[in-house]
Design a protein around this ligand. Structure first.
Ligand code: RIB
Length: 359
């Protein structure tokens, strides 16, 4: 591949002139500029970002660390961040932690050595990123945390209003007449999980509805957790008439458990999710869910980062984005009578629904 010296030779100009043209660091007369650009085109020259980064102690790379790109919530956040970064001439490098803090630390330490301009993190479980974030900041790179907040974090943040989303969803459920509710939260050490639980409890407390602690179960933010904890809840007496899932993946697991137990949603039991993934409208029945703006979380975080890169050294920013409930068909009126108190056998339940309808 051609280098700058060869371009200078080809164009018949000095190395300095080539550098001024390519970096825009000084005005160069049009005929000379054109000769340089023609030489660049004919040699197929691409400036090395690495060499440029080494000269400036900073590359145009933005690191992004997320829990797991196969969870359908996160790609929207990544896409939002990348779109803004790209517009500003920055490129995104993605790393997955699998919610493993040790892996997260490895990614943070290594990414820093590539001299990125900044880092966007959706923290893993149990994150304390203070030391790593400090070393990023010392090297002049900004760090923004998104969606979940690490321990002791004092930097920029972009989150959704998780508490309000859960509060609104619970109130909707209560308005349908449910009194025997259950919730399957995500991991309780994650701030978004605890805030969703707070919203759920606040709505219940306002209506003076008391739930035994066994009706609040904790799972990983995935389908397996939702499935296992739903089976457990379905064995409880009285059986919950509705389950509020800490995210849609948990809700998908719940739907699977309902199906296996021969229960029809919402005839026999209702369900509400959180995230409003695209898949939520494709389940049977389509899932009611709290929508949080994943794409906008990404664009907002990247915009804050771009501002920091360009010299904004104001106090930490904390952006909280709004949530909204999306009502579909998975919440009905509560089941009354004996069905609430007993778990039906899958065989019988498969034949007859609460309304007596054959299935
Ligand atoms: O589905 C992934 C969940 O974890 C989402 O609810 C999101 O808020 C994330 O933290």
């Amino acid at each position: 591949m051609a280098n700058m010296k060869e371009i200078a030779k080809l164009a018949g100009v000095s190395l300095g002139t080539v550098s001024h043209v390519l970096n825009g660091s000084a005005t160069v007369r049009e005929p000379l500029r054109k000769r340089v650009m023609d030489a660049v085109a004919s040699a197929g020259y691409q400036p090395s970002q690495l060499a440029r980064g080494l000269r400036r102690d900073k590359t145009n790379m933005i690191g992004m660390i997320i829990p797991d790109v196969t969870n359908p919530f996160f790609p929207a956040v990544v896409r939002g961040a990348e779109d803004v970064a790209f517009e500003h001439g920055y490129r995104l490098v993605l790393c997955n932690t699998d919610n493993d803090h040790a892996k997260e630390i490895v990614h943070m330490n290594e990414l820093r050595t590539y001299l990125p301009s900044g880092l966007i993190v959706i923290p893993s479980s149990f994150s304390d990123l203070t030391a790593q974030a400090e070393s990023f900041r010392r090297s002049g790179a900004a760090v923004v945390c998104v969606d979940r907040l690490p321990l002791n974090w004092n930097g920029d943040t972009v989150t959704a209003d998780n508490e309000k989303g859960a509060y609104d969803a619970t109130n909707y459920i209560l308005r349908q007449g449910h009194k025997q509710l259950a919730m399957i939260t995500g991991p309780r050490h994650l701030t978004n999980s605890t805030n969703r639980l707070k919203g759920f409890k606040r709505a219940l407390a306002e209506k003076k509805i008391h739930l035994g602690p066994e009706y609040i179960q904790e799972a990983n933010f995935d389908q397996h957790g939702g499935y296992a904890k739903t089976l457990l809840l379905l064995r409880m007496i009285p059986r919950p008439t509705v389950i509020f899932a800490g995210n849609d993946m948990i809700a998908f697991g719940a739907l699977l458990a309902f199906r296996e137990m021969g229960l029809h949603c919402p005839d026999d039991i209702s369900l509400f999710g959180f995230d409003n993934l695209d898949l939520a409208e494709m389940t049977s029945p389509p899932l009611s869910s709290v929508s949080q703006p994943g794409y906008q979380m990404g664009t907002t975080a990247a915009q804050i980062l771009m501002d920091r890169v360009r010299g904004d050294d104001g106090p930490p920013k904390h952006v909280v984005l709004d949530t909204a409930i999306k009502i579909r068909d998975s919440v009905g009126k509560p089941v009354t009578g004996d069905n609430v108190h007993t778990s039906r056998t899958p065989a019988r339940a498969a034949r007859v629904s609460r309304t007596g309808r054959k299935r």
